[in-house]
Design a protein. Structure first.
Lengths: 435, 271, 183
């Protein structure tokens, strides 16, 4: 017995003083990931192409989604053979390691007897040789892209620990014609630019569409009947409804996080104040009453605060107030003006347009006004909109005397990329993750 | 307890143990034999190149053990939770909306049972292991007088801690580890909680620098009920860094210090 | 399309084509080797269309054109990020007000515009400020405020295309538009 106590003491001593090394730096390089063509047990024709074709296209979409984040880099698929069905659940990790991939996304495409497709999605850690996650998605042939986006979301969320955003849509304003007689139409598309559709004819000038975070409703501003005001538009049913009954212009509308309230500005003899509109009861509440332009209101994700811009102090700056309009505090400082703020769905940051030195740039700042960072550098970048996971910012870029395009950027400032649109484009708004 | 005190305690305990062993009392601890690390360890080699700069002096002052340390049995019982818990079964759902193409999620197959984690060896310097090491080393040992002070020196050299190595050599070792792990670590910068998150892993290496046991999760700061997925992904980036960079190239004469050590992954300076 | 407009369109199309042909003649002749062989002329004599009778437009009293001629301009300009009425604008708006005094049943809309150097939301509000400033000036000159409505287009309807000082100066404006003619 005495020996055991003795030994216990001896054993405990080393544990108290293990060498510990702090790793305080790393690399910010994209993670190499392998996304070979998805396998198919039997090549079958489907309305969307053969299952083998779909297997290649699904892999291409997933690879495009992941690399587009800037967090991943696709390993050349030619570096290793595409797996057969049997290898989907038993991958040859050695080949992946040789190709320097750290993670493997693989899967299969199966045509079911009822005409649907099942797309299996598997994620492996190449170095630990562990399966990290797997999930199957059954879709109609026309919906196969959604399965690829769902698989992308699964992989992204498992590897980053953040929720995905690939199975989502973007509403924006499509622009055509000369600048002096611009035709503007509402349009909607998948976040990768696919399935593009126009929502309005272009007869009336339309601006600033925003998605409801909870359903298929969009709010936007239309000049229909030379009465510029805010509208609600259910894109599922096609039903439209003018918001409120103001004699003057209402604009810059945005939904609350629960989708029940709209915030927007209403002008009155040259000034603009912020109002809240309860969609169910159609009741309007005034939130600000200043001799200034108060606009671009945006709720915090908990619904308790509102960030907005105001020139009440002499120039456009950002302010945060309580949801009832009380306690407004300026949060933007520094040189130039600050405008069009929008609160991240994550809550930790506010994206806005920083105007300085003749340039408009997208920036982020903490809700208390600290830690401002510029993310873009171009002539005119404006109108930020967050991805549903609060990780990526959409915005519109206008070149000097040039084209307007949609772009997205990671909140770290990496991966500034163009979102393809058939026409020129502005005022993008990211919709919620689809169900 | 001062470092010197700890050294003295360790040294005196070791001497006592050695004394016991040399009187063939090792067989009284048979249950420990099962845990002997199968990795061959060249005990004598270390003994030949002692890095001990100051021989320990037994002291009465050092006799009481630090009560703050948990007894070994508790330590074993409180093994940290496995980082990779089996995934919950995905929810089966069949949503259909008018506008969207119908999409249904279903479970293709349940996740396979996770590999049985290898039994981790909490301590490679248990008495049984030491007994066998000493036994093994004896035939190869250079002819030396078996006086106790020589034994003390060689044991000090063999011990990863408690012994005193030159601070400069230690700093060099730390830097060697850091410079090989950092280029392989791709921390999840940009996550909402990255500012407050760190993770500690226990690393066990073979003498050739390869990973002996999969890096083991020790502890983490900044994890909350709301960010578990992120916290898990964070730990995995750290583990991946070690696996990617292995084998490490580290000074062979200091193997006793790096055969088991901890890495504290802290990206706060990066953001 | 009505059957009446069809011949007019055809004639207009023919004129446009002949204009193109003339433009082509003014260009330097193409290299000879590139010249395609012309098809032979048709045997039938082509028919001709007599030239159109000339029409001149005349400004009628009480029209937008009459208003612009009398007031000097339907447009007043503003400085950057400003909605104050300068001396030039005072003169134009004063003349507009006296014309509106003559035609007391004319209703107008004042359109406010901005240059492109502002965010969309702010510019809508700034355009409204400019339109209101012009409206208030007209009202101060005796025009009944109920005859004047305002609308802001922000930066959506520039008068001049371009990203330079000259274009910006032209685009920072308030334009008075007649919405119902004089009787």
């Amino acid at each position: 017995m005495i020996w055991r106590v003795f030994c216990a003491l001896l054993l405990a001593a080393p544990a108290a003083a293990t060498l510990r090394v702090d790793i305080t730096s790393g690399v910010e390089a994209p993670m190499p990931i392998a996304v070979p063509a998805f396998a198919t047990a039997a090549v079958m024709p489907t309305p969307a192409g053969t299952t083998a074709d779909l297997g290649r296209q699904v892999a291409t979409i997933i690879s495009g989604n992941l690399t587009g984040t800037g967090l991943f880099r696709a390993v050349d698929p030619a570096a290793f053979p595409a797996p057969a069905v049997a290898q989907v659940t038993a991958p040859a990790f050695l080949g992946m390691r040789t190709a320097a991939a750290q993670a493997l996304v693989t899967g299969s495409v199966t045509a079911n007897a009822d005409g649907t497709l099942t797309i299996g999605c598997y994620l492996y850690d190449v170095f630990s040789e562990e399966e990290l996650v797997r999930q199957g998605f059954t879709v109609t042939p026309a919906g196969w892209r959604r399965a690829a986006h769902k698989c992308s979301d699964l992989v992204y969320s498992r590897l980053t620990g953040e929720s995905g955003y690939f199975d989502s849509r973007i509403v924006y304003v499509a622009e055509s014609g000369p600048r002096t007689k611009r035709v503007k139409r509402l349009a909607i598309m998948d976040q990768d630019g696919a399935n593009h559709r126009f929502l309005t004819s272009g007869q009336s000038l339309v601006l600033m569409p925003r998605f409801s975070p909870v359903d298929e409703t969009i709010t936007y501003m239309s000049f229909a009947g030379d009465r510029p005001r805010v509208w609600l538009y259910n894109i599922g049913t096609g039903r439209q409804e003018a918001v409120g009954n103001f004699d003057t212009m209402s604009f810059a509308a945005r939904f609350s996080p629960d989708g029940r309230t709209l915030l927007f500005s209403v002008t009155r003899s040259g000034n603009a104040d912020i109002f809240a509109y309860d969609i169910a009861s159609r009741r309007t509440t005034r939130l600000t009453n200043s001799n200034a332009i108060d606009t671009s209101p945006s709720f915090s994700p908990d619904g308790r605060k509102i960030v907005f811009e105001s020139d009440r102090g002499g120039s456009q700056q950002l302010y945060v107030m309580n949801a009832d309009g009380s306690g407004a505090q300026r949060i933007s400082f520094g040189s130039g003006r600050a405008a069009s703020p929008v609160w991240s769905p994550r809550g930790d940051l506010i994206a806005f347009t920083r105007m300085d030195g003749g340039k408009f740039r997208i920036a982020v700042v903490r809700p208390d006004g600290s830690g401002e960072r510029l993310l873009t550098d171009s002539w005119q970048d404006e109108g930020p909109s967050w991805s549903p996971n609060g990780r990526v910012i959409l915005f519109s870029r206008t070149e000097r005397a040039g084209r307007s395009t949609l772009r997205s950027i990671d909140l770290t400032g990496r991966s500034d990329r163009r979102i393809p649109t058939p026409l020129e484009a502005s005022d993008p708004a990211w919709g919620p993750l689809l169900r | 307890m001062s470092e010197r005190g700890a050294l003295a305690v360790a040294a005196s305990l070791h001497l006592l143990l050695l004394g016991a062993l040399s009187f063939s009392l090792a067989q009284s601890l048979p249950e420990r034999q099962a845990e002997v690390d199968s990795t061959p360890i060249e005990f004598v080699e270390i003994g030949d190149e002692p890095t001990v700069t100051e021989p320990p002096k037994p002291s009465m002052q050092a006799a009481p053990r630090d009560p703050g340390l948990p007894p070994p049995s508790d330590f074993l019982a409180e093994a940290p939770p496995e980082v990779d818990k089996p995934l919950p079964a995905p929810v089966v759902r069949a949503d259909d909306t008018a506008v969207q193409d119908a999409i249904a999620e279903e479970v293709v197959a349940p996740p396979p049972p996770r590999r049985q984690p290898r039994e981790t060896k909490r301590d490679s310097f248990d008495a049984g292991a030491m007994a066998s090491l000493i036994d093994k080393s004896l035939p190869d040992a250079p002819v030396k007088p078996r006086d106790t002070s020589a034994f003390a020196k060689s044991i000090e050299a063999a011990l990863p801690k408690g012994a005193k190595v030159s601070p400069r050599a230690m700093a060099t070792l730390e830097q060697a580890i850091r410079s090989q792990i950092a280029p392989c670590w791709n921390p999840p910068i940009g996550g909402a909680d990255v500012q407050a998150m760190t993770a500690i892993l226990r690393i066990r290496l073979n003498r050739d620098g390869t990973v002996a046991v999969a890096p083991e999760f020790v502890s983490q700061t900044g994890a909350t009920p709301g960010n578990q997925a992120y916290a898990r992904a964070f730990v995995e980036t750290a583990r991946r860094a070690v696996l990617r960079c292995a084998p490490l190239t580290l000074p062979d004469d200091m193997f006793s210090y790096w055969r088991e050590f901890e890495l504290n992954f802290d990206p706060r300076l990066m953001t | 399309m009505s059957t009446k407009t069809l011949p007019i369109l055809l004639i207009a199309g023919a004129l446009a084509l002949s204009a193109c042909a003339r433009n082509k003649e003014s260009l330097p002749p193409p290299p000879p080797q590139a010249a395609p062989a012309l098809p032979p002329a048709p045997i039938d004599q082509p028919g001709t269309v007599p030239p159109q009778e000339p029409v001149q437009t005349t400004t009628l009293p009480g029209s937008q054109a009459d208003f612009v001629r009398a007031a000097g301009s339907d447009t007043v300009l503003f400085a950057f990020d400003s909605y104050s009425i300068d001396e030039t604008a005072r003169q134009i708006l004063g003349a507009q007000a006296s014309w509106l005094g003559q035609y007391s049943n004319v209703r107008v809309t004042v359109e406010g515009h901005t240059d492109e150097r502002g965010t969309r939301e702010y510019n809508l509000a700034l355009g409204e400020r400019r339109a209101n400033a012009a409206k208030n000036f007209l009202a101060a000159q005796g025009v009944d405020a109920s005859r004047i409505s305002v609308i802001s287009y922000g930066k959506e309807r520039p008068a001049a295309d371009g990203s330079n000082e000259d274009a910006w100066a032209q685009n920072r404006r308030a334009v008075t538009i007649l919405v119902s003619g004089a009787r």
